[in-house]
Structure formats: structure tokens, C-alpha cells
Design a protein around this ligand. Structure first.
Ligand SMILES: [Zn+2]
Length: 361
């Protein structure tokens, strides 16, 4: 009788221990998992993100009903030391593989080469990425340091060949045949209930074949892609944040000053904008870039930089159409003002200086 009582007690104690261990484990997992950020992403927002992935090649966006989980940089492609250690001699050859340079905000992955050419590119990219933080903060009013994205540092990949560029992009996107023909850089993003995770930015090796400040040089391309990082991380996915492609591409082109802030003034371009660039709708894919940039240049020049900033603050919370309404700027009227601004003759700073000089002579 006494021993039966003892066995029961022992069983209860063991059961209690098992339950405590399980609860502890669950608690531990919960402790290290990011809090739910976007519990109910509206269908219209999911459809928007999927349409970006279908229609555009420099933003690779996937939407998930769970996660994303791999916030830690340990799962970056460049962290696969097992297969990519350059010191592993394979039949006398040094194996190529990802190397890295890093700081508190970024990890730049580059491929090993004996002349250290790519290490030089990686250091340049790291410097420019760091210098781009402040201007992004100035434009968007926010930058996402690692502490604000579950400790994740922004991963930048510099594949050295076009084959490796495609391979890296497809691996990060987990899509075997992603088309990156004529695409200078790609930003790869995952959105889910736990937040917006940027898997990485991949730059085409072509961007190092031209001077760094060239229209397709690495500086502008990197700035364009980093603009996507901040824009998409800032969107509030609990809301309907459906935007036209020209918003995200236009603001990225405007930010990197692809055309040095110059307006398009060729009559063909103005006619095109007049008939094809309704602000309450999509532009063609190509026009989303150049005409989108032109629109934000117009907005800065005629409405002021603060209007551009207010526009973006609004855009983080609601759709493009709602932004125009909230700001009291009817899209058709704004479209008309934009065209009228383009039709005005260009006044460059030299002409302005001369005319001011003349008025005093
Ligand atoms: Zn883009």
C-alpha cells in the first residue's frame, strides 16, 4: 500500500517534470520568435505584392501565411562555409566562394579572387551603403537598422559573373528560372505575419564595368535597391497598401537621381505621359521607372520636398489612390500640372545665374 502510494507520487512528479520541460521549451521558442506584426494581411495587399513579383524584375517579393523565420544572417547564402571556404584546396585549385566584409548594418558577400578585385568592390559597396543611410532617413523619415528588423543586417551580394548573378538571385528567391535579363540589381523580400524580411540585394557584375557614378554604375543601382528595402519595410501590411508600380520604382529612381533630377522634356515623352500615365493607374513597366522619376521630380520642384515626404508617410499606411485623397491633391489635376511643368522651357542654373546677373547690370 505504501509503495503503491509512492509509485503514484513518482508518476505525478515525472509527469509534472515533462509538462514543465515542454512548457519551458514552448516559452523558449516564443521568446526568440519575433512578435506578430502583420496578423491579417488584407487580400488586396497580398495581391499587390504578388503582382509586383509577376510584373517586375528588380523587386522579387514573396508573400507567406507564416514567418518569415530566418531573420538571423546565419542562413545567408554567404554563410554556407562548408561548401564555400576558399581555403579548401580541391586538386590544387583554390575553390571560389563567398567572402565577406561587414559593419554593424551590412554584410557584403563577394567572391574570392586572387587579385582581390572583388574585395575592393565589396569595400566600395560597404562604404556607399553606409553613406546611403542618412539620405534614406531624410527622405522616408525612417531607416531600418538591424535592431528594428529582429537583428538582421542587410545582406548585399556581389556575384562576379552573369551566371553566378542569376544563380544567386534564383537561390535567394527560391525560384529556379527568375528572369534577370537587363536587370542591374534585384531586391529580394519576404512578407508574412512576422514582418518584412529583406533576404538580400544582388548587384549585377555589369554595374562595376562602368564608372561608379554612371547612370548604371553601382552607386545608383545600390541606392535604388536600398530605397526598395526601406520603402517595403516601412509599409504597414495590416492595411490596404496597394500601390502602382510607378510609386516604388519612381521613388527609387528619384532617390538615386538616375537622370540627375532633369525632367523629361522631349515632346514624345510629354505626349506619352499625357496619354499613358494616369496617376490613378499603372504606367507601362518601363515608364514606371522614367516617368515615375519625372513625377517625383515635378513634385519636389513645384510642391516642395516636404510634400514628397508627406506623400511617402501617407503611402506607408494606405493605397496610392487614398494618398491623393488624403493630401487633397486630385490625381487628374496633379497630372495636368505635371504636364504643364514639363512643357515649360528648361531653365538651367547657368541661365538663371546670367539672368540674375543681367538684372543688376
Ligand atoms: Zn526597382
Amino acid at each position: 500500500m505504501r509503495s503503491k502510494y509512492g509509485t503514484t507520487l513518482l508518476t505525478i512528479a515525472l509527469l509534472f517534470l515533462v509538462i514543465a520541460l515542454v512548457v519551458g521549451k514552448v516559452y523558449d521558442i516564443g521568446l526568440h520568435r519575433p512578435p506578430l506584426k502583420y496578423a491579417n494581411i488584407p487580400d488586396v495587399t497580398k495581391e499587390y505584392l504578388r503582382s509586383l513579383d509577376r510584373n517586375n524584375r528588380d523587386q522579387g517579393i514573396t508573400v507567406s501565411d507564416v514567418g518569415p523565420f530566418d531573420w538571423d544572417n546565419n542562413t545567408d547564402l554567404g554563410q554556407d562555409k562548408h561548401t564555400l571556404n576558399p581555403l579548401d584546396k580541391d586538386q590544387g585549385q583554390v575553390r571560389s566562394g563567398w567572402q565577406q566584409v561587414e559593419n554593424a548594418n551590412f554584410i557584403v558577400y563577394y567572391e574570392f579572387d586572387e587579385d582581390a578585385l572583388w574585395q575592393g568592390h565589396a569595400l566600395d559597396v560597404l562604404r556607399v551603403a553606409q553613406e546611403t543611410i542618412e539620405p534614406l532617413k531624410e527622405l522616408f523619415g525612417v531607416y531600418f537598422y538591424p535592431s528594428t528588423v529582429n537583428g538582421r543586417r542587410l545582406a548585399l551580394y556581389l556575384p562576379s559573373t552573369s551566371g553566378k548573378y542569376k544563380e544567386t538571385t534564383c537561390q535567394l528567391l527560391e525560384q529556379p528560372n527568375y528572369d534577370i535579363t537587363n536587370v542591374a540589381g534585384v531586391t529580394i523580400i519576404q512578407v508574412g505575419p512576422l514582418g518584412c524580411l529583406t533576404r538580400g540585394i544582388v548587384l549585377s557584375p555589369d554595374v562595376f564595368e562602368v564608372p561608379s557614378d554612371h547612370i548604371n554604375g553601382f552607386v545608383k543601382v545600390l541606392q535604388h535597391e536600398m530605397n526598395h528595402y526601406v520603402f517595403f519595410t516601412a509599409l504597414n501590411y495590416n492595411n490596404d497598401v496597394h500601390h502602382y508600380l510607378w510609386i516604388s520604382e519612381g521613388i527609387a529612381e528619384y532617390f538615386c537621381r538616375r537622370h540627375n533630377g532633369h525632367q523629361v522634356r522631349a515632346s514624345d515623352s510629354i505626349n506619352f505621359i499625357s496619354t499613358n500615365c494616369d496617376l490613378n493607374g499603372e504606367f507601362t513597366m518601363e515608364a514606371s521607372y522614367w516617368a515615375g522619376e519625372s513625377f517625383f521630380n515635378f513634385m519636389e520642384e513645384y510642391k516642395g520636398k516636404n510634400t514628397v515626404k508627406r506623400f511617402l508617410q501617407n503611402a506607408f499606411q494606405c493605397s496610392t489612390d487614398s494618398v491623393f485623397i488624403n493630401m487633397g491633391m486630385p490625381a487628374p489635376q496633379l497630372h495636368q500640372e505635371w504636364i504643364e511643368a514639363l512643357e515649360l522651357p528648361a531653365v538651367d542654373s547657368l541661365e538663371l545665374e546670367n539672368s540674375l546677373g543681367n538684372s543688376f547690370s
